[in-house]
Design a binder for this molecule. Structure first.
Ligand code: GLU
Length: 470
């Protein structure tokens, strides 16, 4: 069956750094848009009065670019439906407010926050849905004008027809049915004149030609309101897919406390974009193929039909698994670059490639590479407690022979260990553990045959000599 091209969007509110949960939403939208040559749009939902929008907007654009989730319509990319920041779209919202007012489906409401809170409490206590009572619904134009004249602040409410059903087929949660009796008239413009989130969000989706909205299920109850608004304005509603939220090990939505990290933190720790793609595209979505995939491959086999309804559980170990997979797919040169300048500064230029080849299977993050670079190339060596034990058990004679073996065979690890085997009749663990312990300070790590030439004969001799008294 031929795929339909979707126009999807990512519509973050730039009030903080992007976290894994936001990025998953962006990724799903990106994958679906790219599938059949559709459009992935970026819109900044920056209408509230929070400060720092500009900074967070730039940061999220940078995060998306770093992840390769390039939008083909939106800030800096251009398009025919701009501007793409809601803070610059006030004139558009104004038009739609007027249209709703002139059609008699929006009215000013003078109820104070305090009054509304009491009404809500009373409704809940009486077992009714806490919807707006409709107090200002019947105000005449003259009454409203008089109150405006007295300088009373008012919100603008959308008039919801009673006794109606609003239905839509959610792409993940299937048929959704809501009664307008549970919704009640809702605020679309605050008393300070700013538009409510779900008003601009719905208007923009419609006028920007978005055809599919993939977003968190925390927005599910906004959707019937948004559909009612669009119907009243004669605007097309997109299709919706409400995805389950990402939860931590405790089952609660992911938060900073439960391990959700910002994209910036992940980047600084050395996570690769491909690891994040492979992990997130499988968080609440199943691929038949569980092997590592490029972004293009993730695009071509992503399916709306395989999105899960159950909450997606974040697991740091899975993310680390994809990080190792992603590393395996880099060339030695790319791994060297990924390790970063601090590591390069420790590794002599002529040994860089051999270092990467030696340690790449043992590193998940640049910090691990740093650890091995320090072990191999610094003059000081810390010996771990278990390594020290293995050294003690092996005894002085072992290191005396080992030192002589290095003097004789150089950095040829095979020849060095052969000489020890023959001279001392040691083998297996009792041969390899003390050697590794004295040369690296640890009991595990990259292959010694690859490390020894990097450590070099001089340094190896010196390290082995430390355990020989005479
Ligand atoms: N700005 C909203 C948010 O960040 C967008 C919700 C949506 O995707 O419709 O939650």
């Amino acid at each position: 069956m031929a795929l339909r091209p979707f126009k999807t969007r990512f519509a973050p509110s730039p009030t903080g750094l992007l976290h894994l949960g936001n990025i998953r939403t962006a990724l799903f939208n990106y994958l679906l848009a790219r599938q059949a040559g559709g459009t992935f749009l970026l819109r900044l939902e920056d209408t509230d009065a929070m400060r720092g929008h500009e900074k967070f907007a730039r940061a999220l654009e940078e995060d998306l670019r770093w992840l390769g989730l390039v939008w083909n319509e939106g800030p800096k990319a251009g398009g025919s439906h701009g501007p793409y920041a809601q803070s610059e779209r006030g004139h558009i919202y104004k038009e739609y407010f007027s249209a709703l007012e002139s059609r008699g489906v929006a009215y000013p409401c003078f109820c104070s926050e305090h009054e509304l809170a009491i009404a809500r409490k009373t409704a809940i206590a009486a077992g009714h849905p806490p919807r707006y009572s409709g107090k200002c619904r019947a105000l005449s134009r003259a009454e409203a004008e008089a109150r405006f004249g007295r300088g009373e602040p008012a919100t603008l409410r959308f008039r919801v027809e009673e006794g109606r059903i609003v239905e839509f087929d959610d792409k993940v949660r299937e048929r959704q049915v809501f009664s307008t009796d549970d919704i009640g008239d809702f605020v679309i413009r605050r008393s300070d004149g700013t538009p409510a989130f779900f008003f601009c969000n719905a208007i923009d989706d419609a006028v920007m030609g978005v055809t599919l909205v993939v977003r968190g299920e925390d927005h599910l109850t906004n959707t019937p309101r948004q559909i009612l608004l669009l119907q009243a304005l004669g605007l097309p509603a997109p299709e919706y897919a409400h995805i389950a939220l990402v939860v931590g090990a405790d089952g609660a939505p992911l938060s900073k406390r439960t391990g959700s990290r910002s994209v910036q933190e992940l980047r600084e720790a050395g996570f690769l974009p491909a690891a994040i793609h492979n992990y997130l595209a499988r968080l609440g979505h199943t691929y038949e193929d569980n092997s590592f995939m490029t972004l293009d491959k993730l695009v071509s086999s992503f399916s709306l039909a395989r999105l899960h309804r159950a909450p997606a559980r974040y697991d740091e170990a899975h993310l680390a698994h994809w990080q190792r997979e992603a590393l395996l797919h880099l060339s030695a040169g790319e791994v060297g670059e990924w390790m970063g300048d601090k590591v390069s500064a420790l590794v002599p230029v002529d040994k860089r490639e051999a270092f990467v080849v030696a340690v790449r299977a043992n590193v998940t993050f640049p910090a691990d590479a740093m650890h091995w670079a320090q072990i191999v190339f610094s003059d000081t060596l810390a010996i771990s407690h278990p390594a020290r034990e293995a050294i003690t058990v092996a005894g002085e004679e072992f290191f005396d022979v080992a030192r002589r073996a290095v003097e004789k065979h150089g950095a040829d690890f095979k020849a060095v260990s052969e000489m020890l085997r023959h001279t001392l009749s040691v083998s297996g663990k009792s041969l390899f553990q003390p050697l590794r312990a004295a040369l690296t300070g640890e009991l595990d790590g990259p292959e010694m045959a690859k490390l020894l030439p990097l450590i070099g004969v001089e340094r190896a001799r010196e390290r082995l000599s430390r355990f020989v008294m005479s």
